[in-house]
Design a protein around this ligand. Structure first.
Ligand SMILES: Cc1ncc(COP(=O)(O)O)c(C=O)c1O
Length: 384
């Protein structure tokens, strides 16, 4: 049976993987080497220098391509390095239409780095995909979608945006960090590029910082491989190994993240001291139907606002949490809590931030895979 015919859970373990050529090692060895012996100039075994390619990174890149139903995978030193490579496909004067509610670091690289190089960004609410069309002009080269969005859990209709992108011959990139390919496959829905902060659910154990891109098109892949090698923001073999190991349990972890996420979201929604809970699994979530059709389940990311909430109240709640760790990041086996206004989204000006709902009292949870009764008990004691 060809490995690419496998179903998702089998792909996480076997997709693009082969026993190591040297001794048949089942897990690819960590090829901790910068260079490779040549018998004559150019006489090598497929690897010359580890910025260009490394066997452990190749194993990860093949796995990434397999689980996202793509053809080509690329691994980078961080999610932001992967984003950096995508924007380097563009030239001065080109325009990008981006989700307005997105990870603060993505906003920062767009605004504070690439605007200086003459690339123009439009930050647009995309919950209604038809709102995007008015920003498309002859300079538009890329639409950047994050769904579910960080931290407001807005859902964007990937199929509808892909149709618009195709019509205008614009590339569509989707940041699939929150959903992961377990829940959502953007390439199957018509996107050209899938991006990940593999630091999060793909790695899954909060022990590594890695980024990823996956594409289907050879010409696009070649351009990105050129940028990956020419700019050099690659991840090392040890980090590649850790993400590869993480991916092998992605499906079982995600299933539990979703179950626990639902339990925590329902607990918060019923709590008398909670004003609002943002989670796409609720039937009254504005794009619940789209989430239902493009995702397999609703994930373990939840944001909420306490009643009469203030900056001070939100900080008091996150400080009282004992099992949830107050920390940046998400997607690990352990539950984390964050305060976007002062942490992950502090790089977005308050005015911009509040326009998309990231108010001072907002708290974001990455619900882990502990016993859900313990997670709920911890939230219950922290919300007073
Ligand atoms: C949705 C999303 N995209 C991109 C990134 C950036 O990834 P990294 O921190 O691996 O550079 C993050 C990091 O938090 C994220 O949450």
């Amino acid at each position: 049976m060809g490995k690419e015919q496998l179903k998702f859970n089998s792909k996480t373990i076997h997709g693009g993987q082969f026993p190591d050529k040297a001794y048949g090692a089942v897990m690819p060895p960590i090829y901790q080497t910068s260079t490779y012996a040549q018998s004559t100039p150019g006489g090598h075994k497929g690897y010359e220098y580890s910025r260009s390619a490394n066997p452990t990174r190749s194993a990860l890149e093949n796995s990434l391509a397999s689980i996202e139903n793509g053809t080509y995978g690329l691994a980078f030193g961080s999610g932001l390095a992967a984003i950096d490579a995508v924007i380097k496909l563009l030239s001065p004067g080109d325009e990008v239409i981006s989700t307005n509610d997105l990870y603060g670091g993505s906003y920062r690289i767009f605004k504070r780095i690439f605007e200086n190089y003459g690339i123009v960004f439009h930050f647009v609410g995309m919950q209604d995909a038809s709102a995007i069309a008015q920003y498309i002009n002859k300079n538009t080269k890329l639409i950047w979608v994050e769904t579910p969005t960080n931290p407001m859990m807005n859902i964007i209709d990937i199929k509808a945006v892909a149709a618009l992108a195709k019509k205008h011959q614009v590339l569509l990139a989707v940041d699939n960090t929150f959903a992961t390919p377990y829940l959502q496959l953007p390439l199957d829905l018509g996107a050209d590029i899938v991006m990940h902060s593999a630091t999060k659910y793909l790695g899954g154990h909060s022990d590594v910082v890695v980024g990823a891109l996956v594409v289907k098109d050879k010409e696009l892949a070649d351009k990105l491989y050129f940028i990956q090698n020419a700019s050099g923001a690659v991840c090392g073999p040890m980090d590649s190994f850790l993400v590869l190991r993480g991916i092998k349990t992605l499906h079982v972890r995600m299933q539990r993240h979703c179950e626990n996420g639902r339990a925590v979201a329902e607990f918060l929604a019923k709590h008398p001291k909670i004003e609002k809970v943002y989670w796409p699994g609720f039937e009254d979530h504005p794009n619940h139907q789209i989430a239902k059709s493009q995702m397999k389940d609703f994930g373990g990311m939840i944001s909420f606002v306490p009643k009469n909430g203030s900056y001070k109240e939100a900080i008091a709640i996150v400080e009282r949490l004992q099992l949830f760790t107050l920390a940046e990041s998400l997607g690990g086996v352990e539950s984390l809590a964050g305060h976007p206004a002062s942490m992950t989204h502090a790089s977005i000006p308050a005015e911009e931030r509040e326009k998309s709902g990231v108010v001072d009292a907002l708290i974001r949870l990455s619900v882990g895979i502990e016993d859900r009764e313990d997670l709920i008990a911890d939230l219950n004691q922290a919300i007073q």
